[in-house]
Design a protein around this ligand. Structure first.
Ligand code: C2E
Ligand code: MG
Ligand code: MG
Length: 602
């Protein structure tokens, strides 16, 4: 019998029961002790803590019965749950309602059940004792049964509260936030616009460093301090929830408007900064997110709040309002990390899949001959299609996957280079390397080992490192470059001109090539300032002993200017786009023919 749709009281009772997360949980000694006491007190063989679900009585604890469920229909405990009062049936065989019940059929004659009532008045079921003989019940026994039921209820609510309260702050936790959020929605008009805030006392990195330096009590200290200030500042009508060790959330009062609310939170941050006595200073951030009652799910609101905190941190602000646009960028980043990881796993396992290399020729500006090629990584996702390395490489560089990525690129490039050399196409191949790769202690050893395995002379490989990458940790980067140089590997400074490196530093690098960034080359024929800048960069690089390659050459006019300025090589759509291996071979063959024809004509 499912009463819930017709009886709102019953629906609320069932909701209360389910929220306690008690149904179908394993037996527990704390409850068994109470049922054993009940049976002993009444000198009866059977006792149970029986919870009234929509269509069954489920026994959280039982003595003298094997099964843990009986149908709700015809069970006296169901009557206790429905009436929330004690029920005593001295003899089931003489009771109009239970004479024909399953219990009576099973030889039960006596029943007494005391209601299990929650603090907010919902009756969950009964603590019951049963016997095979009819008997009466004294007032003292009634009182004892009520007491035992109250003990069982205290146990139930204590357990529930323990899972809902953060022991460090005594504040309700994330689970409770989700439950209360659902309750809050019940009382408000559907779609009502409200605001919530998430206070993060420290970034995960700061928290980690502080705990490392000062031990775990540091967290308790800053939490206690912040909780006191929150209680004093946000008033007793606001329930603050402790969501994570250093994160708190609350819903703004109904009247709060976004600008005023954010200003209030900024003030709170200032007050906290001024009053804190914590020895390890952290930057607290607050994310604010709007939501709609009974429309926004709790999980969605929490997501938006975390995203807003992230945004505050990225912008260096104390308080940030959730922005769907920024959130989309975070989600995309997250997706990229996940999806690229899967692509890399497939590639590393040798499956022909989402990753491949393409090759863009470099040509000598003097005679148009191909001087080599740059290997460029390509990623084709099975559902979303091509993703540009300009988008995914910077994301991957922030993860540990960059090591495996460069490994894969190097391995694939060397494999191709060896195949080309075996087929009579000897040339130099450049591979892009990230700053973090240079900081790997075994990077040089791995490169040299790869060259040996593929039978390649070290000079057939060039590594391109962006100027800005070199500037992140110049000392270690220089050391790594020197080791690679000593091993005979060629080196190029990529995107030259964009990294603000000092000339003294450039001079100390053992690079053979500098690659002028595309931004200096574009429209050079129309821009006199750019022309003189590029001419100076080329002269300077030559003085330092580097060859100069111009990137992104798209037109003859640009190529002519570069040639005039003394640039050695060029790379760009004018000559070829990045090509698949076979197309690259065909391009080289055609290019050779053209160069030879020119030579013959000359
Ligand atoms: P980059 O190393 O400076 O590579 C040159 C980029 O310019 C390539 O973009 C190439 O396709 C593009 N390009 C070449 N000629 C022209 C032109 O004439 N006009 C224009 N507009 N663009 C041209 P791509 O392949 O999208 O790569 C972008 C960046 O991603 C690369 O810049 C490099 O920094 C990075 N990257 C690519 N592959 C790898 C890799 O295997 N490892 C690492 N660490 N980074 C890579
Ligand atoms: Mg490059
Ligand atoms: Mg470049």
């Amino acid at each position: 019998m499912d009463l819930s749709p017709r009886f709102p009281v019953e629906a609320a009772r069932l909701e209360a029961l389910r929220r306690l997360d008690l149904l179908d949980t394993p037996p527990s000694e704390a409850f068994d002790r109470i049922t054993r006491m009940a049976a002993a007190l009444f000198r009866l063989p059977i006792a149970a803590i029986s919870l009234t679900d929509s269509d069954r009585q489920w026994f959280k604890s039982r003595v003298g019965v094997d099964h843990d469920t009986i149908p709700r229909a015809g069970a006296p405990c169901a009557e206790v749950a429905e009436t929330a009062t004690m029920l005593v049936v001295p003899d089931l065989l003489h009771h109009a309602r239970y004479r024909g019940s399953l219990l009576a059929a099973g030889g039960i004659r006596f029943y007494a059940g005391a209601p299990l009532v929650t603090q907010d008045g919902h009756c969950l079921g009964a603590l019951c004792v049963l016997g095979h003989e009819a008997r009466a019940i004294s007032d003292a026994e009634r009182a004892a049964l009520s007491d035992l039921a109250a003990m069982a209820m205290a146990q139930i609510e204590l357990r529930h509260a323990l899972g809902r309260v953060d022991p460090a702050s005594g504040l309700p936790n994330r689970q409770q936030f989700i439950e209360d959020y659902q309750d809050l929605s019940q009382d408000c008009p559907r779609g009502e616009a409200r605001l919530a805030a998430l206070v993060s006392l420290a970034s995960p990195e700061q928290a980690c460093n502080a705990v490392r330096a000062l031990g775990a009590p540091w967290i308790d200290e800053i939490v206690a301090e912040a909780v006191d200030l929150m209680k004093a500042s946000f008033g007793c009508d606001t329930t603050v929830y402790h969501l994570a060790p250093t994160a708190f959330a609350f819903v703004a009062p109904r009247a709060a408007d976004p600008i005023g609310f954010c200003a209030e939170l900024e003030n709170w941050l200032r007050r906290r900064a001024a009053s804190t006595t914590a020895r390890f200073v952290t930057t607290a951030r607050i994310g604010v997110a709007p939501f709609r009652m009974r429309v926004t799910l709790a999980g969605e609101l929490l997501h938006d709040l975390h995203s807003a905190v992230q945004q505050a941190s990225d912008q260096g602000d104390g308080v940030a309002m959730f922005s769907a646009e920024r959130d989309a960028a975070y989600r995309r980043r997250f997706w990229l990390v996940e999806a690229f990881g899967a692509a890399l796993d497939g590639a590393a396992a040798g499956r022909k899949g989402q990753l491949r290399l393409v090759f863009q020729p470099k040509v000598d500006l003097a005679d148009g001959a191909c001087t080599g090629a740059e290997a460029l990584l390509r990623w084709r996702h099975p559902e979303t299609g091509d993703v540009s390395p300009a988008e995914f490489i910077p994301v991957v560089e922030c993860t540990s996957m960059i090591r495996a990525t460069t490994n894969w690129v190097l391995e694939a490039a060397m494999h191709q280079l060896a195949a080309w050399r075996a087929a009579g196409l000897a040339m130099q191949l450049s591979v892009n390397v990230s700053a973090v790769n240079l900081l790997e202690p075994d990077f040089c050893v791995r490169v040299v080992d790869g060259l040996r395995r593929h039978g390649l002379p070290p000079g057939s490989l060039a590594l391109e490192i962006t100027e800005s990458a070199l500037m992140q940790d110049p000392r270690r980067a220089t050391a790594a470059l020197q080791a690679l140089h000593a091993a005979g590997v060629h080196l190029a400074i990529d995107d030259f001109g964009t990294g603000y490196s000092s000339l003294a530093y450039l001079q100390s690098l053992p690079a053979q090539v500098v690659k002028l960034d595309r931004s200096f080359v574009r429209d050079i024929e129309r821009d006199a300032r750019k022309r003189s800048l590029v001419a100076t960069m080329i002269a300077l690089s030559h003085d330092l002993g580097h060859r100069v390659v111009a990137e992104g050459v798209e037109t003859d006019a640009v190529a002519e200017v570069l040639k005039g300025a003394g640039c050695d090589e060029a790379q760009g759509y004018l000559y070829a786009r990045p090509l698949e291996a076979e197309a690259f071979e065909a391009w080289v063959a055609k290019q050779r023919e053209q160069v030879e024809q020119v030579l013959v004509l000359v």
